[in-house]
Ligand binder design. Structure first.
Ligand code: KIV
Length: 272
């Protein structure tokens, strides 16, 4: 079991200092029980806006509110004590202006107790990142495949697959680094691009469908537990089939209730 040796919650500066020292491990969580289970193993927990799809069964990550983000992030913060907790800012709550972003990020941080926020966007958001960082909000910048931009990108496609798009992703990375992002999350990008960005970046890169060269890796927990949908992206490795386990437990429960073998007297009160 690969437990970390921490006794206190990992801070953002400690997370940054892990670059070049040890790989950074992350998973998503949005509920108390799952967060508590992963706390001894991961360095940071991402309360992703993927919650909209895997938690609420919605068709995209665009449909996530600020109040939902705050509620799920609070649940994760209050049930963990070791992992750094990063909240994913929902679509439409930060793209309008640095001021709008500050108002909403500050609310998420103050009301949930999380350590940092993540936002999706290329160089056009660097001004916002700088505004936030200078006002006390640590920012992880998510570039490459950005699910909140699915309608502009025309689907979930790997990014940086030719020279010009590869250079554009590198330019996005440089803009966010200059703006003060404490980490770059690289999703669904060509391996060589993720490797290159990791080389030029003084802060950790976190990959998902990116490269083993990234400073850390994140997966959506439901995907790696076999609880995701029917389509499993190429970048997902399934570490357990919890879906099958749950199906079997439900089937056995249903069978036992119907045939009268559950409950037994030992499950009842007032009998010895
Ligand atoms: O919302 C999320 O879970 C994410 C991961 C895919 C990185 O942003």
């Amino acid at each position: 079991m690969s437990l970390h040796s921490r006794t206190k919650r990992l801070s953002v500066p400690q997370l940054v200092a892990m670059k070049g020292q040890q790989k950074i491990v992350s998973l998503t969580a949005y509920t108390s029980n799952i967060a508590k289970l992963m706390d001894p193993f991961v360095d940071f927990i991402l309360v992703g806006d993927s919650t909209a799809m895997v938690g609420y069964g919605r068709s995209s990550t665009l449909d996530m509110s600020l109040d939902e983000t705050i509620a799920h992030t609070r649940a994760v913060v209050s049930s963990t004590r070791l992992a750094c907790v990063i909240a994913d800012m929902p679509f439409g709550t930060y793209q309008e202006s640095p001021q709008q972003a500050y108002r909403n990020c500050a609310q998420v941080m103050a009301r949930s107790g999380c350590d940092a926020i993540k936002l999706e966007g290329g160089a056009v958001l660097a001004e916002t990142v700088e505004f936030l960082v200078q006002r006390g909000i640590p920012v992880m910048a998510h570039i490459g495949l950005m699910p909140q931009y699915v309608n502009v990108m025309g689907g979930f496609k790997a990014q940086g697959m030719n020279d010009s798009t590869a250079l554009a992703i590198e330019a996005d990375a440089r803009a966010h680094l200059e703006a003060g992002a404490f980490s770059l999350l690289l999703e669904g990008v060509a391996e060589a691009v993720a490797r290159r960005v990791t080389e030029i970046s003084p802060v950790p890169t976190i990959g998902i469908g990116a490269s083993p060269a990234c400073d850390g890796q994140v997966l959506v927990t439901e995907d790696m537990l076999g609880l995701g949908g029917e389509h499993v992206p190429r970048f997902v490795k399934q570490y357990a089939d919890a879906g099958e386990l749950i199906r079997q437990a439900c089937a056995t429960f249903a069978e036992q209730v119907r045939d009268g073998s559950f409950p037994q007297l030992k499950h009842c009160y007032g009998v010895n």
